[in-house]
Design a protein around this ligand. Structure first.
Ligand SMILES: C[S@@+](CC[C@H](N)C(=O)[O-])C[C@H]1O[C@@H](n2cnc3c(N)ncnc32)[C@H](O)[C@@H]1O
Length: 257
């Protein structure tokens, strides 16, 4: 059993890791904050000012952090598999009764049994479900339909490249690469460097080692365009599904239960 140090003494430490995670993620998605803003607009539009939210594959709980800052009456359940990212979230929110963190693998058929009971007003997720294989994702969409109340909303912001625009996609990729190179020369960490830095932190090292063992067999999941997701969500039992925001490479898909 790895000890998690959630004490207040380390609050600043966990805050620094959270900000550094956000910066690393923004290196990949410069529109990340805008996506979150549109996502939370829809959580509030559907769920009101005191929504009960499930933050799926929450990582360090960046979405929950923004939700709780924006809506003081909200409560959130963050679920993830990664012991290191959950340690950062647990440290940062040690004194936050509105956030519950749950360890579960979304690929397990009974993952939802670990959650505080539903129904939820909203399920939110970002940059995560492309880690899943197509079969697991379709099963998960069915599970989410069962966790949301009728009228509740599912919001999935993720990489959803559009096959109809290969020229635009290639131009955008080249443009983003130039931006990333510039930012790297200014010291921004990419995924691999961020994890190397995390492994060097005595408060995180054991958790990073545990995650490496967990993800040793990790392979990337499948990428699908936005209209594939909206079709699967309707098949899974959602009343309607559409695109609430998009860039060339990413979309925010919204589905109403
Ligand atoms: C790129 S991070 C995004 C985290 C967070 N949503 C954010 O936007 O900062 C992807 C997250 O998906 C989680 N994840 C991937 N596969 C998972 C699985 N099978 N079960 C639970 N979480 C998973 C990872 O642990 C990681 O925290």
């Amino acid at each position: 059993m790895i000890e998690r140090k959630y004490d207040q003494k380390h609050q600043k430490h966990w805050e620094n890791w959270q900000r550094s995670w956000d910066r690393q993620q923004e290196w990949y998605m410069p529109d990340r904050e805008e996506r979150f803003r549109v996502m939370l607009d829809l959580v509030e539009a559907v769920g009101g000012s005191e929504p009960r939210v499930l933050d799926l594959a929450c990582g360090t709980a960046s979405i929950s952090e923004r939700l709780l800052a924006r809506l003081p009456g909200a409560v959130s359940v963050g679920v993830d598999l990664d012991p290191a990212l959950l340690t950062i979230a647990g440290g940062l929110f040690a004194a936050e009764p509105r956030l519950t963190l749950v360890t579960a693998d979304l690929r397990d058929q009974d993952w939802a049994a670990q959650l505080p009971p539903g129904p939820y007003d909203a399920v939110v997720t970002a940059t995560a479900l492309h880690w899943l294989a197509t079969d697991d994702l379709i099963r998960l969409y069915g599970d989410l339909a069962g966790l949301l109340r009728p009228g509740g909303v599912f919001l999935n912001a993720d990489h959803m490249p559009e096959p109809a625009t290969p020229v635009l996609n290639a131009a955008d990729r080249a443009f983003q690469r130039r931006r990333q190179e510039r930012e790297r020369s200014e010291g921004v960490l990419d995924w691999a460097d961020w994890w190397t830095a995390a492994a060097a932190d005595p408060l995180l090292a054991d958790h990073v080692a545990a995650r490496s063992a967990l993800y040793r067999e990790h392979t990337d999941g499948d990428l699908h365009p936005a209209d594939w997701h909206t079709a699967r969500l309707v098949e899974a039992g959602f009343r309607e599904a559409g695109v609430a925001w998009r860039s060339v490479s990413d979309s925010l898909v919204a589905a109403v239960r």
